[in-house]
Design a protein around this ligand. Structure first.
Ligand SMILES: Nc1ncnc2c1ncn2[C@@H]1O[C@H](COP(=O)(O)OP(=O)(O)OP(=O)(O)O)[C@@H](O)[C@H]1O
Length: 225
């Protein structure tokens, strides 16, 4: 579902962020990508989201090579991808409902279908009764869950998250990770960048470790102790 084959990324100014990274994540699999600050975790996710392009190597999403995608095709391919950010990036002047509905509007889903799907996503994250509220009236953890509802409302094949629990307390962080694990169980490929090693250990999922842009370990879920 997600494939990296000898992927390197060099930013302008000669900064080598990733070097020859190869791994894949299958449908129904969840993996963490971890490593020190600056190790290349965000860059890896940005390549999948087509926010950045690799300098070398091949990135694939659902069998499609992203290297040769034309700019006009990017929105269509991005629909296969749900993205969650640490700072959730919600529209603060729109209701919770409108925020979660946005990907469906962009995808051209008929208004009659949107309400049902938005409510299903909000129910999944336990926020059904908040639909008419503005994000500012919600707690940080609740706002993060709205971001997750928005990421999954269009039923993406792949879910990626960049430090999604960065500013949450440990209990909430576990709850959010539990939600990701649920999506894995229904067949979504889930890739989460995090430097929270305690949390990663507790989740007992596969762990891909980056060090200065190189993949230095790929620990299967069964070997996470
Ligand atoms: N747009 C950019 N231009 C130049 N260099 C960049 C750019 N984005 C990232 N880098 C550099 O690439 C390296 C990898 O950055 P990246 O953000 O992928 O790391 P990270 O592992 O996500 O770090 P953190 O945990 O601090 O978010 C860093 O040294 C960073 O300074």
């Amino acid at each position: 579902m997600i494939g990296f084959e000898l992927v390197s990324k060099r930013y302008e100014g000669d900064h080598q962020a990733l070097t020859d990274v190869s791994f894949s994540v299958e449908a129904g699999e969840m993996a963490f990508v971890t490593g020190h600050s600056g190790a290349g975790k965000s860059t890896l996710l940005k390549l999948l989201a087509m926010i950045e392009r690799p300098t070398n190597g091949v990135v694939t999403l659902d069998g499609q090579k992203l290297n040769t995608v034309r700019p006009s095709d990017i929105p269509r391919i991005r629909r296969k991808l749900g993205m969650v950010f640490q700072d959730h990036r919600l529209l603060m002047d729109r209701t919770v409902f409108a925020n979660v509905e946005l990907p469906l509007v962009i995808a051209g889903v008929a208004p009659a279908d949107r309400g049902r799907r938005v409510r299903a996503a909000l129910e999944k994250v336990g926020l059904l009764s908040y639909e008419k509220q503005l994000p500012g009236s919600l707690s940080t953890g609740e706002q993060q869950r709205v971001g997750i509802a928005r990421a999954i409302v269009a039923k993406p094949a792949v879910l990626i998250a960049d430090e999604p629990t960065g500013n949450l307390d440990p209990q909430l962080a576990m709850e959010i990770m539990g939600l990701f694990a649920e999506f894995q169980q229904v067949g979504t490929a889930v890739l989460v960048a995090s430097h929270d090693l305690m949390l990663i250990k507790r989740m007992k999922k596969r762990v891909v470790v980056l060090d200065h842009g190189k993949l230095v370990a790929d620990v299967p879920a069964t070997e996470v102790v």
